[in-house]
Design a protein around this ligand. Structure first.
Ligand SMILES: [Zn+2]
Length: 83
């Protein structure tokens, strides 16, 4: 009952401040993506932010309205949510 049989990368994510949808929001991964990150990107579980990461670069990307945004206070819990 607890197992769905579907293995996905899960993390907490904020709702998009623009369209308010949560399930369209993915993390933005900066830097050189490894094979795992590329695979996650193909599954649209993360967005690739490019090699250059500015310190204030936004952490989240909404596939619904194609905007990047930051969710202050959210990053720490998101990290902790990754198994
Ligand atoms: Zn949105």
């Amino acid at each position: 009952m607890a197992s769905t049989g579907v293995r996905r990368t899960r993390y907490k994510r904020p709702a998009c401040p623009f369209c308010r949808f949560e399930d369209q929001v993915v993390r933005i991964v900066y830097g050189d993506p490894g094979p795992e990150t590329i695979e996650q990107s193909r599954r649209q579980e993360v967005a690739l932010g490019g090699a250059c990461a500015a310190p204030e670069a936004p952490q989240w990307y909404c596939r619904g309205c194609l905007r990047r945004f930051d969710a202050p206070g959210f990053a720490d819990s998101a990290e902790a949510g990754i198994p």
